[in-house]
Design a protein around this ligand. Structure first.
Ligand SMILES: Cc1cc2nc3c(=O)[nH]c(=O)nc-3n(C[C@H](O)[C@H](O)[C@H](O)COP(=O)(O)O)c2cc1C
Length: 166
């Protein structure tokens, strides 16, 4: 049975929920998936495959996820791995591709042989704290405050599970 690490970096929790949903789907498909914050991973030896995901803020991955990619670059190059970014909220018509997925991260991951990378919609916290978050929540129409598409997330997890089946 393949053991899969789903490592994630999240500030307000919504990316962690995406990572948990991916791990749950992989487990339902007979894989042994663990969902762990990226800054709590110190060894990739126990894992046959890795998924790493990060929330995107100001066009960048969270520092924990950037560090994970850099620190484990040799291990990742020798395992199947995938990655996802999560972020866009608001009207999808206003999405700017430049801010969705950091191109430098994609380049680094491609150099290591990443099997696939994708972007999932993000979510504004229900009870935003701080000026920046509150103003973002106010300016985001309610129907676009949580753009996480659980079907799309499940389908993506299925595609990873299929690639890992013997
Ligand atoms: C100050 C700020 C900057 C953001 N910048 C981006 C961005 O550049 N690109 C993007 O796709 N989403 C951006 N977002 C949206 C977040 O990525 C989104 O809320 C995400 O779901 C947060 O994940 P988390 O709950 O795991 O921290 C931003 C949000 C805030 C509050």
């Amino acid at each position: 049975m393949s053991s899969v690490l789903v490592a994630y970096a999240s500030k307000h929790g919504s990316t962690g929920e995406i990572a948990a949903a991916i791990a749950e789907r992989l487990n339902a498909r007979g894989l042994q998936a663990s969902c762990v914050p990226a800054d709590q991973v110190d060894d990739l030896t126990p894992y046959d495959a890795v998924i790493v995901g990060s929330a995107v803020y100001a066009g960048r991955w969270r520092a924990d996820a950037r560090r994970f990619l850099r620190h484990f670059r040799h291990e990742l190059a020798h395992r199947p791995f995938w990655m996802f970014s999560s972020g866009p909220v608001g009207d999808p018509a206003d999405d700017n591709p430049k801010w969705l997925e950091p191109s430098g991260i994609v380049k680094q991951a491609e150099a290591l042989g990443v099997r696939g990378h994708t972007v999932f919609g993000g979510s504004v916290p229900d009870e935003p704290h701080g000026m920046m978050l509150r103003s973002m929540a106010r300016s985001t129409p309610p129907e676009f405050r949580d753009r996480r598409d659980w079907d799309a997330i499940g389908d993506w997890a299925e595609s990873v599970a299929a690639a890992l089946q013997p």
